[in-house]
Design a protein around this ligand. Sequence first.
Ligand SMILES: C[S@@+](CC[C@H](N)C(=O)[O-])C[C@H]1O[C@@H](n2cnc3c(N)ncnc32)[C@H](O)[C@@H]1O
Length: 507
Amino acid sequence: MGLNVAVTSHLLAALRDDLFTAEYTADALEALWGADAASALRRGHREPARRAIDPGSGLGTLATAFVLGLPVDRSRLDGALPRLGVDGAVQLGLVRLDGALAVPLLDLRPHAFVDAAGPGSWWIASDLGEAALGHAIPEDHVLGVGGASSTLAGMMVGERVDSVLDLGTGCGIQALHSARHATRIVATDISARALDLAAFNAALNGVSSIEPRAGSLFEPVAGERFDRIVSNPPFVITPRVQGVPAYEYRDGGMVGDALVASVIRGTERHLNRGGIAQLLGNWEYRDGEDGLDRVGGWLDDTGLDAWIVEREVQDAALYAETWIRDGGVLPRTDEFDRLYGAWLDDFAERGVTAVGFGYVVLRRPLDGPPTLRRIERLHGPLGQNPTGLGVHVEASLHAHDAQRGLSDAGLAAAALVVAGDVTEERHYWPGDEHPTVMDLRQGGGFGRTFPLGTALAAVVGASDGDLPLGSICAAVADLLEVDEAELLAEVLPSVRELVVTGMLRLG
Ligand SMILES: C[S@@+](CC[C@H](N)C(=O)[O-])C[C@H]1O[C@@H](n2cnc3c(N)ncnc32)[C@H](O)[C@@H]1O
């Protein structure tokens, strides 16, 4: 788009005023077409929303052009953008004129969110999707705010910091979220078009702390360190053969999962002490090699704390189908089958049977060697996290450090409290007096369940912050007529785990 944001800043200010005056918000759009049409839109079908729109209203005109990607009457758009005008919209590259019609060139929609700092919303410009284009997206497509973008944004640790690197910024959504808690953000991308859009979005939303930089991976920040690194990198595994499209937004140009390995390995040189990197990624399961063991291997030669959470695994065929379809190629066409073959050949070459997807949290220790190495499968639904998972991630890192700082005797001297979102489940054989299964269930965070034995259930049940853990264990040992030291030794590892996972709090 070749946009010079400095030159167009007065146009962006006019656009911002117009969108504000038109109440072009996520809630207004949902009210305009209703929840069902909104769901259809998320599935890529715009017809239900189109039918619901009053084309004569300003909001309807903006939504038709910039969410549905349909041409609108030029004079209507002029009326819907009274300060910018249709000529300004042309100058900004939002539309082109075709006779009496204004034809959208960009998607521009409100994005509402809630994070630790409270609710917020932005207008985000990105490239038009497959439905608006009427054909498969081009390889230099710049993605809007998708599911993965929101996942990463939601898990960001929101503590105030000085500097953030957003690697692979795309439309700039992670950089904008980072601007809520950071003084300055460097946003990198190999795509000049993405950097233009990131700059456009920052200026449109009045954010001046984002510096776009062009280049691959860590090249644009050679020799620099940051308090945070966030990246939703182009992690999609793609066959490296002629005739398979290489979409910039999802494909980093490397073989298999090598791009994710590079990003993970590269973070150490670019994090300040105590700095945190948060990434999304895919990893391959190869014949005889568990995907999470591969990720563990990437971490082996780093000095980083690491917490990896695998959220799902797709078998190789399903993975291929998902990403071929994502590129806009329809199933049961020759093109689909050709690409399917290329993907399966590529997987077969490395013995790939499945692909894992998950979250990566890395931290450079403040001093000394790493103390955290947590690699786990959590495929179930997350708990309720009204301001995102970031609060939980942050609390878990602090809890890890706090419990590590306590010897077993120190932990026994601490008074613990069961977190407010934790409930206990008991299952009985019909007619039995004693439960056969007891679990703790977490309402927030990762929505974990933790199995309880009799002693641990009693200890957790009594943990209301009044008595030290050691005294509770002594009383429970007395009640169960078992050795106090043995009971303490039995429950302490579980107590540490419950502290780290946020089910027990150190008082
Ligand atoms: C999945 S998109 C993420 C966009 C945005 N950060 C988000 O969360 O929605 C990945 C981005 O990485 C960029 N990219 C691709 N290869 C890259 C590379 N080698 N170095 C840096 N960025 C790259 C793409 O152009 C794209 O904008």
